[in-house]
Design a protein around this ligand. Structure first.
Ligand code: CUA
Length: 331
């Protein structure tokens, strides 16, 4: 077997890095929306201007060191060289500034009839609300999952209820902070259907890394169907165990923090669980949403997300089973 040379190692690293960059789920280099494409223009411009300039500077420096050997060129030659460099740099900087300014204007343009969404960051999860100003009965509240229709702009209001967080879904748009007491907004116009990943991009405490936001871009039809399912009240329990679970949920500690629309559970501190089982992850991407994980989470949330506000609720094995049955039925 041939031993890897430094060159092969470097090439392998480069291949892995570029493969990661081309991953469409979470990459600013594979834009799937208008805003990410705009930012891509600035990125490419910076790259194609700055790399040649950097190389030129190094080459000039190398030549100067190699040729001069301590001699100093005439004042006139130095003057001309400096003037040429200064003009070149001024032109390039102006081009970069103008591009960045123009893109920034376009990113903040007001879209026509946008989908109104509000995202509130909390330690450590995302509350997502869809707002229908014409008919508030069509408002939807969900968590840790953002669904958007392809081809329609979404105007997303960004809030925080505790510390500064930052939302970044690189495949779709730029990064924006969520600051307590200061609402921000971003416009996201996705173009390509698919699943993307957002992540809190500002250190916000112990579970900062476990603060992912799944973003699903659907066709307009699939989005409308999802919206209709979310607007429906919670499913009634389908088994005796799930019905026991609902009772435990409503009369125990769960309902103090969680809401299940259409039932006695109306807590607002934790995520709304009306259509909990329709999501794909649990605890802001900390666990996959399946029976085993849900049961494990109910038994001891601190084990999977130390520092989370959800306390360990004392339940025996049968009660855990019942609550899990109830939660998994909330499709
Ligand atoms: Cu929220 Cu980091």
């Amino acid at each position: 077997m041939r031993r890897p040379t430094a060159l092969r190692m470097a090439l392998a690293c480069l291949a892995v890095a570029s493969a990661a960059g081309c991953n469409r789920v979470q990459s600013a280099l594979a834009p799937a929306g208008d805003q990410a494409s705009e930012i891509g223009i600035v990125w490419n411009m910076m790259l194609w201007v700055c790399v040649p300039v950097y190389v030129l500077v190094l080459v000039a420096l190398g030549i100067a060191v190699w040729r001069n050997h301590g001699q100093v060129a005439g004042d006139r030659a130095i003057g001309h060289g400096l003037l040429a460099w200064s003009i070149g740099i001024a032109v390039l900087l102006t081009v970069l500034t103008a591009t960045s300014f123009a893109v920034d204007r376009r990113l903040h343009a007001q879209p026509q009839h946008p989908l109104q969404v509000r995202i509130t960051a909390k330690q450590w999860w995302w509350q997502v609300e869809y707002r229908d100003p014409a008919d508030p009965s069509r408002n939807i509240v969900t968590a840790n999952e953002l669904r958007l229709p392809a081809g329609r702009a979404a105007e997303i209001e960004l809030r925080s209820s505790d510390v500064i967080h930052s939302l970044w879904v690189p495949t779709l748009a730029g990064k924006e902070d969520l600051i307590p007491g200061h609402d921000n907004r971003i416009v996201v116009t996705p173009r390509v259907a698919g699943r993307y990943r957002g992540q809190c991009a500002e250190f916000c405490g112990l579970q900062h890394a476990h603060m992912a936001l799944d973003v699903y871009v659907d066709t307009p039809q699939a989005f409308a169907a999802w919206q209709a399912r979310q607007l429906a009240p919670a499913s009634a329990p389908r088994s005796a165990s799930a019905a026991r679970g609902q009772l435990l949920f409503e009369q125990g500690a769960c309902a103090l923090c969680h809401a299940v629309r259409g039932t006695a559970a109306g807590g607002v501190t934790g995520p709304d669980l009306t259509h909990f089982a329709s999501r794909r992850t649990l605890a802001a991407g900390a666990l996959p949403l399946d029976r085993t994980s849900v049961a494990a989470w109910v038994i001891d949330p601190q084990r999977y997300k130390p520092g989370t506000n959800m306390p360990k609720v004392p339940l025996d094995a049968q009660q855990v089973e019942a609550v899990t049955d109830y939660l998994m039925g909330l499709q």
